[in-house]
Design a protein around this ligand. Sequence first.
Ligand SMILES: NC(=O)c1ccc[n+]([C@@H]2O[C@H](COP(=O)([O-])OP(=O)(O)OC[C@H]3O[C@@H](n4cnc5c(N)ncnc54)[C@H](OP(=O)(O)O)[C@@H]3O)[C@@H](O)[C@H]2O)c1
Length: 219
Amino acid sequence: MKSVIITGAGTGLGRELALKYGKEGYHLILVGRSEETLLEVKKQLNNAIITVLDIRNKHEVDENIRFLFKEYNVVGLINNAGIGIFGPFVKIKENAIEEMFQTNVLGTMYMTQAVLPNICELDGSFVMNIISTAGLRGKVNEAAYVASKFAVRGFTESLQKEYEEKPVLISAVYMGGMNTPFWKGSEHVKDPSKFRSPAEVAETIFSQRQQEYVVIESK
Ligand SMILES: NC(=O)c1ccc[n+]([C@@H]2O[C@H](COP(=O)([O-])OP(=O)(O)OC[C@H]3O[C@@H](n4cnc5c(N)ncnc54)[C@H](OP(=O)(O)O)[C@@H]3O)[C@@H](O)[C@H]2O)c1
């Protein structure tokens, strides 16, 4: 059975992608820091395991990925985990900037570097990076977050060129607002219920999973 690793699979879009890929017959490896939310998602799937892991820690990433490749037939990685801290740029704290870059950029790179060499020669293999429309254009009060997502875009586009002769598909997904826990505790968006549901976005992503470039604008 083919396995797909999804980071940030305990909530929001990652959870919905896990449920969708599970329905389509994949074995899921659910990655995140909170065991509780990952177990909740695992319960809803017939074939899944959880891997409690902080993607900011390269050593932890490498150890876990080495183990997963020994045990499972991993064919795909969805780099979905990400955080956003918003507000006027000069008020964004240094540790918030670092946390966003460590998670959104370095975490994505660490996961990709650990997984890609193991799958790049396989037909049907893929690395899908969940970015945001914040990776396409600047936005008010999102400077540091947008910078981190532009970095992931540059990373993805470069890998697409580097691996163009290989069977692995490297894709970038740019979506607008979704109604997920991402906005919990943030003043930046007053009413996230106006956004698309992560389930709807997961359906669209799955239907366009063979594309290198997917854009799903806000409603
Ligand atoms: N919601 C939106 O409007 C929106 C719009 C465009 C793009 N996006 C992007 O979509 C992706 C998914 O976000 P979402 O909206 O579904 O938000 P979410 O529900 O907050 O999901 C983010 C997930 O990432 C995990 N995560 C965070 N830091 C991690 C780390 N260091 N190691 C491992 N896992 C980590 C979190 O789980 P733990 O805390 O348990 O680790 C959480 O499950 C993100 O990349 C986000 O930037 C969101």
